[in-house]
Design a protein around this ligand. Structure first.
Ligand code: F6P
Length: 357
């Protein structure tokens, strides 16, 4: 079989290990992998690159995607869908492996259901918000970067006796903020799933300062609803209608509010796309490889309309529609569990003094 492989949506660490895993397994089974460039745009425009053992051999440690990616929605522009279907035939493809998040796999689902294309999906996203799979690759790498940022921010926040707000990505789900907050020892975590109570947070920050810890770290997810007026600035959207959330600058605005309400000097940092680059963690390398091997196996068995997914420690096949139905959000109990750690009761200053000089 001639099997097209594409990566779509926002890139994340683990895409190259996934391309590698699928390529190696397809070749092992006697198939021909063909790289489709720039996500669905590559199929609309007929952009391909050869994939070989040599090409993918060393990409296990590389961030990004050697195939390129895009947020192209072939159902949006008149004529794109027909061009995609024509190119699929012209390239003499027998199957497709689509590696992506909710948008890319949503397109895969429609192409399979409405146009009969034989497609298998591989779930990825640093947001970790795909249903049907326990984790997506890209998430562990992104969170590791965010925790490193927290460690660094702690040093400077403590030295200056400041509050520092770290804004992280995650769109509609707070997984990145929650894990970064727990892993980085935040003093407060704000996620889209839980309405913000500024008074409660600022009261707690005042308590912290009063009890001797005269600095604090707050993590905020870019997708939170702010409990104060929006400035009315129009926010750009992508091909799938998602707002470009960084333009909302929630980290900056929360930081200003904290300073206004508490009088504590406050700064903010936005790590943005830094979370999406760099080498994948071992967890992401292994997960991406295992998912891609499974996807290639499903293609070999001609089982289409499925996605390779992680359930517990097993890699299983789940229907495409299950993965794209609704985003996987942080359960309230998980947030409340984290609160037991970040909203500490009876803070006792360290005997050596946590007071700033
Ligand atoms: O979906 C992954 C993600 O990184 C989100 O967390 C973020 O909101 C979005 O992509 C940013 O997209 P772009 O790279 O197109 O600005």
């Amino acid at each position: 079989m001639r099997v097209g492989i594409l990566t779509g949506g926002g890139d994340c660490p683990g895409l190259n290990p996934a391309i590698r895993g699928a390529t190696l397994r397809l070749i092992r089974d006697g198939h021909t992998p063909i790289g489709i460039q720039h996500g669905w745009r590559g199929l609309v425009e007929g952009l391909t690159v050869p994939l070989s053992v040599e090409r993918v051999d060393e990409i296990i440690r590389e961030g990004g995607t050697i195939l390129g990616t895009s947020r192209t929605n072939p159902f949006k522009q008149e004529g794109d869908l027909q061009r995609l279907l024509d190119n699929y035939r012209a390239l003499q493809l027998d199957a497709l492996i689509a590696i992506g998040g909710e948008d890319t796999l949503g397109v895969a689902n429609r192409l399979h259901k409405e146009h009969g294309l034989p497609i298998v999906g591989v779930p990825k996203t640093m947001d970790n918000d795909l249903s049907g799979t326990d984790f997506t690759f890209g998430f562990d790498s992104a969170v590791s970067v965010a925790v490193e940022a927290m460690d660094r921010l702690r040093d400077t926040a403590k030295s200056h006796a400041r509050v520092i707000v770290l804004e992280v990505m995650g769109r509609h789900a707070g997984w990145v903020a929650l894990y970064a907050g727990i892993g980085g020892g935040a003093d407060w975590i704000l996620i889209p799933e839980v309405p913000i109570d500024l008074n409660e947070m600022c009261d707690y920050l005042r308590q912290l300062y009063a009890s001797g810890k005269r600095y604090a770290l707050v993590v905020v997810s870019e997708g939170v609803e702010l409990p104060f007026e929006h400035d009315g600035v129009p926010i750009a959207t992508d091909d799938f209608g998602h707002p470009v959330l960084r333009e909302r600058a929630v980290g900056a605005r929360i930081a200003h509010k904290i300073e206004e309400m508490t009088g504590f000097e406050t700064r903010y940092a936005v790590i943005g796309h830094i979370q999406r680059g760099g080498p994948p963690t071992v967890f992401d390398r292994v997960l991406a490889t295992r998912l891609a091997l499974k996807a290639a196996e499903l293609v070999h068995e001609r089982r289409f309309g499925l996605v390779a997914a992680l359930r517990g420690t097993e890699i299983v096949a789940v229907p495409l529609e299950e993965v794209v139905r609704a985003p996987k959000l942080v359960p309230r109990e998980f947030y409340e569990q984290a609160r037991q750690i970040f909203q500490r009761i009876q803070y006792q200053p360290h005997p050596e003094g946590s007071r700033a000089p």
